[in-house]
Design a binder for this molecule. Structure first.
Ligand SMILES: NC(=O)c1ccc[n+]([C@@H]2O[C@H](COP(=O)([O-])OP(=O)(O)OC[C@H]3O[C@@H](n4cnc5c(N)ncnc54)[C@H](OP(=O)(O)O)[C@@H]3O)[C@@H](O)[C@H]2O)c1
Length: 334
């Protein structure tokens, strides 16, 4: 079994320095994803990034149950995450959503439970990129904190070991962190060589919040609604290709080696054993050099791939409003 280095979260939890994503991107069925989880556990993965909205927690839960009952892995060796979806932020709903994920995943507790997006803007699964929900509205700290209080309650009850946030910005964190009784142990954010988010990354690290990097390979098979002209595929960047040649690996592997050395926890997805096995192995051998790390840092394209435009509210013109690019919370004046 591979010896995968661990990261230590500020609340004392130990987490492998790489995990596996479980979002099938509307391309892979729940059965395919859960079979990949089965193979990944056998290969040595111990961190799995799940979410209610991925629509596959029930099948993945069966795989966890069988692996634990069959002695392949002990429950305490696994770090299993889940996330409350945007339509379940209301009073009591976060608790209900967690209860459903616990039931589906067949667990007594979830290791890290995330607020998936910082606003309750719902869109139907698989909807078109131009779809807008008339009830969508900008971020509002009081509304977010009402959901976060429920997250804190889940932690108090021992149903989740750590609570965490996702798709946050510095202006939003500035508003909510001082209000949190329990600080987030981690924040999930898009991170890959074409979108390095250095300010947000440093902001989190300096406050003891572990960044977890989603789309670490640039999500080449993401749903079409999340693709736009001008998107940059990190695996196609010349700097990444050159380093890949030097190491004799696929450019995807360079993205993961970069992530692991940079300090985030990448959660790459694949249903193909050759790929997910290479992904885990690559953080245990042949690290990138300081010079290669410097080249990748200089090659950042600030190119966000998951723009979240389906969460926009009436009257907002650009997905950039979701990310507070002007340095303040966007929306209420537009
Ligand atoms: N918090 C959030 O809002 C959020 C948003 C997006 C994603 N996520 C999480 O992050 C996870 C990862 O993101 P993602 O799945 O969108 O993108 P990703 O991990 O960047 O890319 C996945 C794609 O990369 C390919 N790939 C994987 N390993 C490879 C390798 N060694 N060589 C070549 N190709 C390889 C896979 O193709 P094959 O299938 O052909 O192997 C797969 O389609 C998700 O599954 C989900 O758990 C969270």
């Amino acid at each position: 079994m591979l010896s995968v280095p661990q990261k230590h979260l500020s609340n004392g939890m130990n987490v492998p320095c790489i995990g596996m994503g479980t979002f099938g991107s509307d391309r892979y069925t729940p059965a395919q994803v859960s079979e990949a989880v089965r193979g990944a556990i056998r290969f040595g993965y111990r961190l799995f990034d799940c979410a209610a909205v991925y629509g596959n927690e029930d099948l993945i839960g069966k795989v966890f149950e069988e692996a634990i009952a069959g002695g392949v892995v002990k429950r305490e060796e696994l770090i299993i995450t889940s996330k409350v979806w945007n339509d379940m932020h209301g009073k009591g709903d976060v608790l209900l959503s967690c209860a459903k994920s616990l039931r589906d995943l067949r667990l007594d507790y979830i290791d890290i439970y995330f607020v998936h997006w910082p606003f309750p803007n719902y869109h139907a699964p698989g909807c078109d990129g131009d779809a807008r929900n008339p009830d969508s509205r900008p971020f509002f700290a009081d509304e977010f904190m009402a959901a976060w209080r429920q997250m804190e309650k889940l932690a108090d009850m021992g149903l989740v070991k750590s609570i965490a946030m996702s798709n946050m910005t510095i202006p939003k964190l500035e508003q909510v962190l001082p209000l949190c009784r329990i600080q987030p142990a981690a924040i999930e954010m898009e991170l890959h060589p074409a979108f390095q988010q250095p300010e947000l990354f440093e902001y989190c690290v300096s406050r003891g919040v572990q960044p977890i990097g989603f789309c670490p390979i640039g999500s080449p098979n993401r749903p079409d609604r999340d693709k736009a002209p001008g998107d940059i595929d990190p695996a196609s960047m010349p700097e990444i290709a050159e380093i890949a040649r030097a190491h004799g690996v696929h450019p995807a592997i360079v993205c993961l080696k970069w992530a692991a050395r940079h300090g985030q926890i990448p959660i790459p997805f694949s249903v193909h054993p050759e790929n997910y096995e290479n992904n885990l192995r690559c953080v245990t051998e042949d690290p990138l050099t300081d010079e290669e790390m410097g080249k990748i840092a200089a090659a950042d394209k600030n190119c966000r791939l998951v723009k979240g435009q389906v969460f926009l509210w009436k009257g907002s013109s650009s997905w950039r409003a979701l990310w507070d690019e002007g340095g303040t919370i966007s929306g209420w004046d537009s």
